[in-house]
Structure formats: C-alpha cells, structure tokens
Design a protein around this ligand. Structure first.
Ligand code: M6R
Length: 607
C-alpha cells in the first residue's frame, strides 16, 4: 500500500527511483511522483495513473542530473487519485518535499492550525499537513532532524516518511511509525524504501528502522537517531538472502503464475533444516521458550486467515490444542476470553497488516503471548511478537497471495507436529509417517502443476461467461473453498462465494440457476457422500457443477477435475494450487491486470 524509495548516491537518481518504484508497483497504487534537488531548486514531478505516465512526463522535461531524490507510488486514501494529490508534497516555499505512507488521523485539526499560520493547501491529502508542519518547525529549529522530531510528535496515526530539503542537498531524512521503512546500505550509495525489492539490485545489506527513529542518509554515510532525544542509536546490519531473481518474473508472464509454480520449492524451503527424520521430530528453536499452548487463537486477514482456518483441525487432531480462528479486524475490537496459557498466533505474509498488528499489540498489552508467522524478515509483526517463525517463501510480489498461503500451511503443519510431540499427542510412528509424506509432497505437486494449468485454462474458458458462482467444501476444504472464491473475485472480478457445502440448503441455494456454476472440492474423505448429496441439490435446480475430486468419482456433474489422491491433510496443497490456477487462467482470459488488481494493495497497512 503506497511505496517509498529514497536514493542518495552517485547514479542518476531519476533512473534508480523509477526502477525502484516499478519494483514497488505490486503494493498497489494509482499515482506516482518524485522530487529532486537540482541547481539549488526543488523539482517535483507527479502523474496520475501508472509509472509510465510519470516517465512520459519526465521525458518532456530538461534532463535531471541529480543523484539524490525521493519517489512514491500512492494508493489513494484522502483525496482522489490525481496529480495534485500525488506525492511528493512540497511545503509552501518549495524548500522541502516529502513522501508519506500511512494515515495522519489528526490531519484536519493540524490543517486548520496551519491555515491560520498562512499555509495554503494545494491537495486534499492528509500528507500535505506534514510538509507544512515540518517546514514551520524548520524555521524555528534550523535543523531537519529537530524539525521532524518536533513535528512528528504532534502527529497521530501511522507514517513512513522520506524527505529532501534545500537545507541539505545530497541528504535524505526518513522516519516511521507503524508503517514499514528499511534502510539499504550500498557502496557510495544508500537507500530508504518501504520494501526491500525497491533496492535489491544494488544491495542486500539492510537496517530495519523502528518506530520513533529518524534516519539521515548521504551517499557515504547513514545515521539513525532517537526520534525524541535525537541521540545516536546503534543498529544491527542484516544481510538479506533474497536475490534479484527472486523478485523478478523469470520468464513467466505474471508474478502470480511464477509464485504458484514456485510452490514445490516453497514447501521445501519452509521445511529445510526444520525436520529430523532420524528422530521423527521437528527442529524449531524459535519455539524453545514457549510452553505448550493451552489454547491457540489464530489471528489473520484475507488469505492468511484462510490458512489459519485450514490448519485449525490439524492443531486439534495432531496436538489436541483447541483453536479459535479470528479475522484480525474483528479480533482487535471484540471482547473475548483469553486465558493464562493461551497463545495468539498472528499469521501474516507481509508482517505489516495493520489489523493483525493491532491485534498483536492489544494481546501483548493484556499480557498474552504472541507468536508471529511471517514471511517478511524484520517486519513489524515479526519484531513485536514474543517469537517468530518465518515461512521462508521469498518475496511475494503479486497482490493475490498464493505461495504465502502454501508456506503458511506448511509452517503450521510443523507447529502442529512440534506441539503434538511436546504434548505427547502424536507418537513416533505417526510423526514419522507425517514427515515422510511431507517430504514427498513437493515432488508430487511439481509433477502436477503443468497439467493442472492446462485443465484450469480449459475450464476458465468454458465458464468465463459466469458472473457469480459458489465454491463449496467441507472440513479443511471449506477453508480452501473460501480461498478459491477469494482468488477468483480479487483478480477476475467475478463474484464468488465460498460456502460450507452443508450450509447451502439454509439459504444460498436460492441463488442457483443455470447461470450460476458451483465449484466443489470433493477430496474423497469421510464427508464425501454428504458433499455429493449437496451437489445433487444444486444439479436438481439446474446449476452447473464442476467437481474437483480424486480419480474414480462416479457422479453426474458437468465437469470433473481429477486431483491426485494423496493423504489428507496434504491433499489440500493440490486443491489449493488447482484453484489458484483456475483464478489465474480466468483473469488472463478476461484480460484483467493479474498482478495488480483494481482497488487492492499488497500490504494493507491502514485500518
Ligand atoms: O500480509 P498479510 O498476509 O497479512 O495480508 C493479509 C491479506 O491482506 C492478504 O492475504 C489479501 O487477502 C490478499 N490480497 C489475498 O490474495
């Protein structure tokens, strides 16, 4: 959600910033801009729409030679997507400009105050108050860090900001509060960005900034200061193992397809070094300090929530741990009973989702333990939780989350195994069997993906006319049905609802007619006959039915999509991939913007 890149170095800043912005495109945006200082003047170039509109504008300007600058992709919250509302926002006297991610909640009050001081506003954004506020402080304080410190202490809400000022050519200042900001350290060049891919071609050495810190970078130096006292803070430098390749499409047409096809590797990477087959045990030192949970509260949003729902029965069956799964935006406001010995598991690919982070903070404030399950190293949830298990999926660029769910499912299987052994719930032969199947899973999935893509393509073309449909499942496959529906709607804009198959007759079946297909997940488990009866109810009302099932299904439906028969719950990985591919092929066939669907952002850092 919005992207920031700031560059201080020796290369032409325009090129580095444009490249960085393109690598942040996946976060979702509707306008873009950059600010540079050249010939002692502040230059701001902004455009509504995609980055190519910004490039077109830049092509009509005198070339910029500046080697320092800031850039931004904006996902509109306050004010429509427009050139005036795009960032960077300069102050009144055009002496500084800044870019901002997040929301300034008390912007209306600050704006009134600044207007009384004579500031005139040129945009409808909340961000513009920051430019004027820092500029006013700069007049009083004389130094940018001091001005930022005083101004930011008055701000309520969330922010990551990067700023350039005529006061300090060649420098960038940045600060954060509840919105990610990372420092990239190069040779004779330094970066600030809201996500690592923005500067990945130049450096893999990073420093994660904390709330209430201000950073100053020049091409040859960087310094992190305490946001209140402005005293120097020592920071740890971290080496990121991702390479540039992992943040590129590598020959695939879309990131989403690449990420679906990567899933066998993602499972292997998530398991790597975390199992010991000889002792039939897991190796998760991250959990060493945590006692066996009495009850687990899984808190997450979107696809991560579906991963949690999928894992619920597994925690119960393998470890005997009762599980509540809750949408984070509800969890943070609901009163509930969390007891001594309960553990909150905050599941988030990005580790920055505002609702999940707020749920984590609230739980910790009340004295409960929180374990993070995150993909992004050093993300807020990873840092603020009492412990973190990383899913090790590598950067997920497509807005539609795919490989992240696969890695979360794998990691939760490991957690269930770990606690199953710890609580004496799973004996050694059972653990050995599960570990063997888990190790075989990537190869099975690898062998299937290509064929699945062909089936997905055929079925997507056949059903591309539909405007609404159901995804049905029971048990673990109900969670997967929800995910199948989410994937289809978010990238193809076809209305899809996931339902527990048995719930159909209590209302939703009223929708069924010949123009309302149903996609059913029928894994051949103990509930198969019940599910097939539910499908007959749909067929009787003229609804087309596509059934995803293991070979050998003898059922009168419109299409059968054969999914190899492997042991539950691991068969979930095959069903999941099939539905991801179906949504992907549908979106491609309908000509939609697969990797950056309308209205969506990769990481939802606002409430
Ligand atoms: O980064 P997170 O896992 O916390 O993100 C949660 C959701 O915003 C995310 O899964 C969203 O639903 C995706 N667009 C789904 O594809």
């Amino acid at each position: 959600m919005c992207g920031i890149i700031g560059y201080a170095g020796h290369r032409p800043a325009v090129t580095v910033i444009l490249e960085g912005l393109k690598r942040l495109e996946y976060r979702g945006y509707d306008s873009a801009g950059m600010a540079l200082i050249q010939n002692k003047e502040l230059n701001v170039v902004r455009a509504k729409g995609k980055i190519r509109e910004l490039e077109d504008k830049l092509a009509f300007q005198d070339p910029y030679h500046a080697t320092t600058g800031i850039g931004h992709t904006r996902w509109a919250t306050h004010g429509l997507p427009s050139e005036e509302n795009a960032h960077p926002h300069p102050d009144q006297e055009q002496k500084l400009a800044l870019v901002h991610n997040g929301i300034i909640e008390n912007h209306a009050r600050l704006k009134r105050e600044l207007q009384q001081l004579g500031c005139s506003f040129r945009s409808e954004t909340d961000t513009e108050v920051l430019s004027h506020l820092i500029s006013q402080e700069l007049k009083q304080q004389g130094s940018v860090p001091r001005a930022m410190s005083t101004a930011l202490q008055r701000v309520e809400g969330s922010y990551a900001v990067a700023l350039i000022s005529l006061n300090g050519e060649g420098r960038i200042w940045a600060a954060r509060h509840s919105s990610p900001l990372i420092l990239g350290l190069g040779q004779g060049e330094n970066f600030v960005a809201s996500d690592i891919p923005a500067f990945l071609p130049y450096t893999r050495e990073v420093v994660f900034l904390e709330d209430n810190e201000i950073v100053q970078i020049t091409p040859s130096s960087w310094q992190v200061l305490d946001g209140s006292s402005l005293e120097h803070r020592d920071k740890e430098q971290v080496h990121i193992s991702w390479d540039v390749q992992s943040a590129q499409k590598s020959g695939y047409r879309h990131f989403m397809l690449k990420e679906i096809m990567e899933q066998p590797r993602v499972i292997r990477d998530c398991l790597a070094g975390r199992t010991d087959s000889s002792r039939a045990t897991t190796l998760l030192p991250e959990l060493d300090h945590l006692p066996l949970p009495r009850r687990l509260h899984i808190v997450a949003c979107g696809t991560s929530y579906h991963a949690g729902l999928w894992a619920r029965n597994i925690f119960q069956d393998w470890a005997g741990i009762p599980v509540e799964v809750e949408i984070a935006s509800e969890f943070r406001y609901n009163r509930r009973i969390i007891q001594e010995g309960d553990l909150i598991l905050a599941v988030s690919q990005s580790g920055e989702t505002a609702d999940t982070l707020a749920g984590l903070r609230q739980a910790r404030q009340l004295g409960h333990r929180v374990l993070g399950l995150c993909n992004v190293l050093g993300s807020s949830i990873a840092r603020e939780a009492d412990g973190v298990v990383y899913t090790q999926a590598g950067p997920e660029i497509s807005v539609a989350s795919t490989k992240a769910m696969c890695s979360q499912m794998t990691a939760m299987l490991l957690l269930a195994l770990h606690w199953g052994r710890m609580g004496g719930f799973l004996d050694e032969p059972a653990r050995r069997g599960i570990l063997r199947e888990l190790e075989e899973l990537p190869a099975i999935l690898e062998a299937e993906l290509e064929g699945m893509q062909q089936t997905a393509q055929r079925l997507a073309r056949k059903y591309a006319w539909c405007r609404s449909c159901f995804f049905l499942g029971r048990g673990d496959h109900f969670a997967l049905a929800l995910e199948g529906a989410l994937k289809l709607k978010e990238i193809s804009y076809i209305h899809a609802e996931g339902y527990a198959a048995g719930e159909m007759k209590h209302g939703p079946i009223a929708l069924v007619d010949p123009e309302f297909p149903t996609f059913a997940l029928a894994p051949g488990n103990a509930l198969q006959s019940k599910l097939l009866s539910n499908l007959q109810e749909v067929r009787t009302r003229g609804g087309p039915v596509v059934c995803l099932a293991p070979p050998g299904l003898d059922q009168d439906v419109d299409d059968i999509w054969e999914i190899p028969a492997i042991q539950a719950p691991l068969n979930g990985f095959l069903f999941l991939s099939a539905m991801q591919l179906f949504a992907y092929e549908m979106a491609v066939y309908l000509g939609k913007d697969v990797d950056q669907p309308r209205n969506l952002a990769k990481s939802v850092t606002v409430e």
